[in-house]
Design a protein around this ligand. Structure first.
Ligand SMILES: [Zn+2]
Ligand SMILES: [Zn+2]
Ligand SMILES: [Zn+2]
Length: 66
């Protein structure tokens, strides 16, 4: 099963991973070999608060708010 990707077809620099945008600190990518976490390279983007199991960011934010 192959997923047609416009970016792949056109040779545009991009990533198939999901960019996890953290409330604090740099963004992260689910793709281990991702070299550039530029938002423009990622079609999928989620807030780190939506990550399963949560993120340290959310915990830190709660501590800061308390
Ligand atoms: Zn692609
Ligand atoms: Zn985070
Ligand atoms: Zn990536």
């Amino acid at each position: 099963m192959s997923t047609p990707c416009t970016h792949c077809a056109t040779g545009v620099d991009h990533c198939h991973g999901t960019l996890v945008v953290h409330a604090t600190g740099p963004a992260d990518c689910t793709q281990p070999d991702c070299t550039d976490t530029d938002e423009a390279r990622h079609d999928l983007r989620i807030d780190c608060g939506s990550v399963m199991g949560g993120c340290d960011c959310a915990r830190l934010a709660q501590v800061a708010a308390a």
